[in-house]
Design a protein around this ligand. Structure first.
Ligand code: ADP
Ligand code: MG
Length: 642
């Protein structure tokens, strides 16, 4: 059969990434081998599972392995050829899968990747980008100027050859004959004379890299090596034989006690299972004995994947049963707010045949999930208490996701709350326990403000009296904050109270107030009528020191920020009218009161009322309904006073 060779273009983002790789000066080029072995190992896992489930699949699974060849296959080592082949007899790919998996970037679901690429290119931060996106297969182009992939899917008769030199295009052809599985052949870039350390045609180098990066891989990784035996008699020729060596020790790291595993080994294992390039921030090893026996090895990453907020993003915990890989992204093993956790759970007494549907109902999985959750929460608490810098990294990367637990995990709400941190008017980052420790004499509640940015909140009129009294206010600026504050009533018996919601009693004495300020009844009634369209109530405030007025949401009302969030997600929810609170000490307020009782002509005063309302809205960062009208009222007023 004649080969139909077809030339195709990489998808745009893939092309940009390849560009990066081809020109990469990434300091850790060695990682390409880890990536290829990792892919091969995944492919073997998949085949074993497929063969187990589908008895009709005619494949030989008796010797699943990975093979590394320096030079052409079966000829021993041929350094001069400058090729390196990594072969597996795993699941393989169909032609369509090759196009889909290799020709496009499966991970480029969002525009964010494109954005990051552009930024990284400009700022010369490709190193970081490579780390962040963990660009598996494409990392081969750091060391090869041509890559050839030959693959045959288990159960199919024809195979696919894919070739590219990492420019904008690749060729793809259907071929008749190829062993089942996948082989990737790298045509290595010309040797760099002063770079012996990166000589990938040297057996010692390959041996070293496998040991370092892939020792724990459960499949044998083999390489043909030449063994030289000295000549039997003097003057004779030494004999060279070719032997097959297994390069990895294949020990499951999760089965070893933590003391016997080095940080580096854990880090490499993490990179393999998480398909990640960052270093893990923390390693959590667990062993449960008794009714349900299992081992778990979990990692807290140090860098958030760019799709962390994708709703269809997966958790990264793999399920093994008695050392056999069963499935990746096992969402039932950790709750959604811990979806950044990566790792492995190896259960002893579960059927190898278990499916996702069964797992959802499985009692054992529920038990495991509960204890993993507790363990992770205590690990985070531990970071917070003992490793502040690492905790800060954790929080900056995953805090926003973690806080979802305050809403979704009622059972562990207190633990999640304790392990969380928040910005406040006193501190860049504080725990609630520390906040409570600093509470002033007479302060009963934990005060917080929600809004779009810290800067905006800090200057909001709502905070004035709290600042004057020396009360600390939490400044909550993540969208999720708007939501969780509604489901967490208190901490350590101290109620959480929004500075912009409901009544706050900052200790002002009502009677003394009235004596001091005079009677505002007429003003309040009149303002309520005049601003009826905008507000449901007008009252005096204890929150304000320098602003004339502010707007308050009912205790159980929807804040404008929350309404905005719902709107952004396509849900329209009605925002009830709010309450206008007045500062009885402000000249504008007292002036308006006096003018009102002295005058019978109230039209001009109604404009003042509108301006007062508009100002309160603007000061909290809100949007005016009719900015043009507000502007013209204001301009008229100014014209009279210049
Ligand atoms: P990742 O491993 O993170 O998914 P890669 O770029 O390393 O990203 O690989 C892309 C995809 O190509 C893999 O998810 C897998 O489906 C497929 N693939 C790569 N190598 C192999 C292989 N040796 N055998 C079968 N499929 C493979
Ligand atoms: Mg990979």
């Amino acid at each position: 059969m004649s080969e139909q060779v077809e030339q195709r273009e990489f998808q745009a983002e893939a092309r940009q990434l390849l560009q990066l790789m081809v020109h990469s000066i990434y300091s850790n080029k060695d990682s390409f081998l880890r990536e290829l072995i990792s892919n091969a190992s995944d492919a073997l896992d998949k085949l074993r599972l497929e063969a187990f489930r589908n008895k009709d699949l005619e494949v030989d699974t008796s010797d699943l392995h990975i093979e590394i060849d320096i030079g052409a296959t079966g000829t021993g080592i041929d350094k001069a050829a400058r090729t390196l082949t990594i072969r597996d007899n795993g699941i393989g790919m169909t032609r369509d899968e090759v196009v889909e998996l290799i020709g496009t970037l499966a991970k480029s679901g969002t525009g964010e990747l494109r954005q990051k690429l552009r930024e990284a290119n400009q700022a010369g931060q490709t190193e970081e980008l490579i780390g962040q996106f963990g660009i598996g297969f494409y990392s081969t182009f750091m060391v090869a100027d041509e890559v050839e992939l030959l693959t045959r899917k288990a159960g199919e008769s024809s195979a696919t050859r894919w070739e590219s030199s990492g420019d904008g295009t690749y060729t793809i052809a259907t071929v008749d004959d190829a062993p089942q599985g996948t082989s990737v052949t790298l045509h290595l870039k010309p040797a760099d004379t002063d770079d012996e350390l990166h000589d990938y045609t040297a057996p010692w180098k390959i041996r070293e890299l496998v040991k370092k990066y892939s020792d724990f891989i459960s499949w044998p990784i083999r390489m043909e090596v030449e063994k030289t035996t000295p000549a039997a008699e003097e003057g004779g020729e030494p004999t060279v034989t070719v032997e097959t060596e297994t390069l990895n020790s294949r020990t499951a790291l999760w089965a070893k006690p933590k003391s016997e595993v080095s940080d580096e080994e854990y880090a490499e294992f993490y990179k393999h299972i998480a398909h990640a390039w960052d270093e893990p921030l923390d390693v959590i090893a667990m062993k449960a004995e008794g009714t349900f026996e299992y081992q778990a090895l979990l990692f807290i990453p140090s860098m958030a994947p760019f799709d962390l907020f994708n709703r269809d993003g997966h958790t990264g915990v793999q399920l093994y049963v008695k050392r056999v890989f069963i499935m990746g992204d096992c969402d039932d093993l950790v709750p959604e707010y811990l979806r950044f956790i990566k790792g492995v759970v190896d259960a002893q007494d579960m059927s190898l045949n278990v499916s996702r549907e069964i797992l959802q109902q499985d009692r054992q999985i529920k038990v495991i999930r509960r204890s993993l959750t507790k363990k992770v929460l205590s690990a985070i608490k531990d970071l917070q208490a003992n490793r502040p810098d690492d905790y800060a990294t954790f929080w900056s990367q995953f805090g926003r996701v973690f806080k979802e637990g305050l809403i979704s995990d009622g059972d562990n709400r207190d633990a999640v709350l304790r392990a969380s941190s928040f910005a406040s008017t006193f501190s860049e980052s504080t725990t609630l326990a520390d906040y409570v420790g600093r509470m002033k004499e007479g302060q009963e509640q934990i005060y917080y403000a929600t809004g779009e940015s810290k800067a905006l909140l800090e200057r909001s009129p709502h905070l004035e009296a709290f600042k004057a009294k020396g009360y600390e206010v939490l400044l909550l600026t993540d969208p999720v904050d708007e939501v969780w504050v509604g489901s967490v009533p208190d901490f350590d018996g101290k109620a959480l109270q929004s500075v912009a919601k409901g009544e706050v009693d900052l200790g002002a004495d009502d009677d003394a107030d009235e004596a001091e300020h005079g009677d505002f009844t007429e003003l309040l009634t009149w303002l309520k009528e005049t601003l009826d369209e905008h507000v449901k109530e007008v009252r005096l405030s204890t929150r304000l020191t320098s602003s004339p007025a502010c707007l308050i949401t009912d205790t159980f009302g929807i804040t404008p920020q929350l309404a905005r969030m719902y709107r952004a997600s396509g849900q329209e929810i009605p925002v009830g009218k709010r309450i206008l609170e007045l500062n009885p000490d402000h000249a504008l307020v007292t002036g308006l009161r006096d003018a009102l009782s002295a005058s019978s002509e109230k039209d001009g005063l109604a404009e003042t009322a509108e301006l007062l309302y508009g100002t309160a809205l603007l000061a909290e960062g809100g949007a005016l309904d009719d900015p043009a009208r507000f502007a013209s009222l204001l301009a008229d007023r100014l014209a009279r006073t210049v």
